[in-house]
Design a protein around this ligand. Structure first.
Ligand SMILES: C[S@@+](CC[C@H](N)C(=O)[O-])C[C@H]1O[C@@H](n2cnc3c(N)ncnc32)[C@H](O)[C@@H]1O
Length: 301
C-alpha cells in the first residue's frame, strides 16, 4: 500500500479545513439524495473517505438503520476518521483501511456507493470505477463527485483581475503544466470530473441526477466569520514549501524547466502578498467559485 501523499500533516490540515464547513450546501445534498429511495438503502460505502466527512454528511440523509462504511488506503486518515465518529455521534458509521482498486467486499454488496474527490488522484481511475461497479448491487446507486480544477484558474478576485492578459495566460499555462505533470507522474487528473459522464454511460449506468455543486465560498470584508478566517489562512498557506515541492515535481514531470518554475512561483508569491495586503486593508473580494460535479447513477444490470 503505497500512496502516502495524503498523510502529510499539511494535507491532513487542508482536508480537515476544506471539508468541515464549506464543500456542500446541505439543501443541495438533500436534492441529490431525494433521487434515492433511502428506505431500501441498507448499506452505504464511501470509497476513499479520507477523514470521513462525506460519510458523515451521507449519514444525515440515510436511515439510522443503514450501515455506512468509509474506506481509505491511508491508515493515518482512517484513525482520524474513527475519532470523528464520536465527534459526530453516528453509531452506524465505521471506517476501515481499504484499497479502492481491490475492495474486500464480495460482488454486489452495497446498495449505495459514493466517492468524493478520490478518482482524480488515481493513476487508473477506470479500474477503480470497475471495482466500485463490481461491489454495487444491481439496481444500486453510485454517486461520483469530481471536479474540473482548472476552472478555478479563470475565476479572478479583485487582485488577480488586475493582471494583464499575458500574466493571466502565464498563470493558466503554469496550472495546465502542473496538471499535465500530475497525470504524467501517475498521480491523477485534476479535471477528471469532465470524464465521468462518458465513462459511466458506457458502463450502462442510468443517469438519475447530474449537477454542479452550488456552494460558493465568498470572501469579503470584514472577514469576521470562522469560514472566512479559514479561507484567508489558506491563501497564506498556498505557497508553503509543501505545495512548492509538489507543484515543482509535477511541473518538471511535464517537461517544464526548474528555472521557469522558480520564476513563476516567485510571481505567484508576489500576487499572494498583494492579496494578504488587500485582506489587511479590508479590501479583498473573492467569490470562491469552483467546478465540482455530482453524478448520480443507477446500476441497470
Ligand atoms: C482528496 S482526498 C478525498 C477524501 C474524501 N473523499 C473527502 O472528500 O474528504 C483523496 C483520498 O483518496 C484516498 N486514496 C488514494 N488512493 C486510494 C486507494 N487506492 N484506495 C482508497 N483510497 C485511496 C486518499 O488516501 C485520500 O484520503
Amino acid at each position: 500500500m503505497g500512496d502516502t501523499r495524503f498523510s502529510d500533516q499539511e494535507y491532513i490540515e487542508y482536508l480537515d479545513k476544506s471539508r468541515t464547513s464549506f464543500f456542500w450546501n446541505e439543501d443541495q445534498l438533500g436534492l441529490i439524495f431525494k433521487n434515492i429511495d433511502t428506505g431500501v438503502i441498507h448499506n452505504f460505502l464511501d470509497a476513499g473517505c479520507g477523514l470521513g466527512y462525506f460519510t458523515f454528511l451521507a449519514a444525515r440523509f440515510l436511515n439510522k438503520q443503514c450501515d455506512l462504511l468509509g474506506i481509505d488506503i491511508d491508515p493515518k486518515l482512517i484513525k482520524i476518521a474513527r475519532r470523528n465518529i464520536n465527534k459526530y455521534n453516528f453509531s452506524n458509521v465505521s471506517f476501515e483501511v481499504g484499497d479502492i482498486y481491490n475492495l474486500k467486499a464480495p460482488k454486489g454488496s452495497f446498495d449505495f456507493i459514493a466517492e468524493q474527490l478520490t478518482l482524480l488522484h488515481l493513476e487508473k481511475p477506470e479500474e477503480a470505477i470497475k471495482e466500485l461497479l463490481r461491489v454495487l448491487k444491481p439496481g444500486g446507486s453510485l454517486l461520483v463527485i469530481e471536479p474540473n480544477n482548472l476552472a478555478m484558474s479563470v475565476v479572478y478576485n479583485n487582485v488577480t483581475d488586475n493582471l494583464s492578459i499575458e500574466e493571466k495566460i502565464a498563470l493558466l499555462s503554469f496550472e495546465m503544466r502542473v496538471q499535465q505533470g500530475k497525470i504524467k507522474a501517475g498521480e491523477g487528473d485534476d479535471n477528471y470530473g469532465d470524464r465521468i459522464l462518458e465513462l459511466l454511460v458506457k458502463h450502462d449506468m442510468k443517469i438519475l441526477d447530474i449537477r454542479l455543486c452550488d456552494k460558493l465560498s465568498p470572501v469579503y470584508p470584514p472577514y469576521d466569520s470562522f469560514e472566512k478566517k479559514r479561507l484567508i489562512k489558506s491563501v497564506r498557506n498556498e505557497h508553503s514549501l509543501y505545495w512548492e515541492k509538489l507543484f515543482k515535481r509535477y511541473y518538471i514531470a511535464a517537461g517544464g524547466l526548474s528555472k521557469e518554475f522558480d520564476k513563476i512561483w516567485k510571481f505567484k508569491k508576489k500576487i499572494n502578498k498583494q492579496i494578504e495586503r488587500a485582506i489587511i486593508n479590508d479590501n479583498y473580494y473573492d467569490i470562491g467559485a469552483g467546478l465540482l460535479y455530482s453524478y448520480l447513477f443507477k446500476k441497470t444490470k
